[in-house]
Design a protein around this ligand. Structure first.
Ligand code: HEC
Ligand code: HEC
Length: 152
């Protein structure tokens, strides 16, 4: 793993060096961006949110013990910003029972120093940093991820 990382770092370093030496645009002939033939400064058209059908209902099993559970419902309409967090209106301990939603676990109410809080810790505020819904879209890049051995 370590040597792997070193290789990647070395490759990234080389890319930086050559990018500084070569004129802009020298790479475009060889590299194919995942978003297709769109010039780097151009803004691509945002995909319609209906492109992917989220897999809803029930709950997902976890692939490793520490995995944040996957979200089994749509999320794009729930606002989460500095002042508002609509996830909390269903999942916070004070609302979960009434809303019949799984309750946010105790770990989300500990600040970085381990103090117990009455409301969600700032480090857990942006839920979708860790929790994501699922769709069976074609993966952009192949990967060989396998669940933890105890779950196989
Ligand atoms: C209107 C209420 C409501 C809102 C708002 C809501 N959820 Fe949920 N959530 C639920 C319910 C109910 C479930 C249980 C599964 C189901 O019925 O879809 C659930 C399930 C989940 C789960 C799965 C938990 C587990 O143990 O498997 C996660 C994670 C989750 N929601 C995260 C979020 C996040 C993040 C947001 C905000 C972007 C959010 N939810 C907004 C009601 C809500
Ligand atoms: C830093 C990553 C992270 C953030 C941010 C985060 N969570 Fe979690 N969440 C986790 C992990 C990891 C678990 C599983 C372990 C645990 O319960 O702590 C989890 C568990 C949960 C569960 C299941 C609890 C259970 O007992 O099964 C719910 C529901 C949940 N989170 C909702 C939320 C909501 C809502 C937010 C935003 C207010 C949020 N989480 C923010 C990582 C995160």
């Amino acid at each position: 793993m370590k040597s792997h990382l070193k290789l990647i770092a070395a490759a990234a370093g080389m890319a930086l060096v050559s990018a500084a030496v070569l004129p802009a645009g020298a790479f475009t002939a060889d590299l194919q961006s995942l978003r297709g033939a769109v010039e780097i400064p151009a803004t691509d058209q945002a995909p319609s949110i209906d492109i992917f059908k989220y897999q809803e209902g029930g709950s997902w099993s976890r692939n490793f013990r520490q995995q944040p559970p996957l979200i089994p419902h749509k999320v794009e309409k729930y606002q989460v910003d500095r002042n508002v967090n609509q996830c909390v209106s269903c999942h916070d301990w004070s609302n979960a029972k009434r809303m019949r939603a799984p309750q946010i676990s105790e770990t989300h109410y500990l600040d970085r120093d381990g103090n117990r809080l009455d409301s969600i810790a700032g480090t857990r505020w942006f839920c979708t940093q860790c929790h994501v819904p699922q769709t069976d879209a074609k993966p952009l890049v192949e990967n060989e991820f396998a669940p933890a051995p105890t779950l196989r």
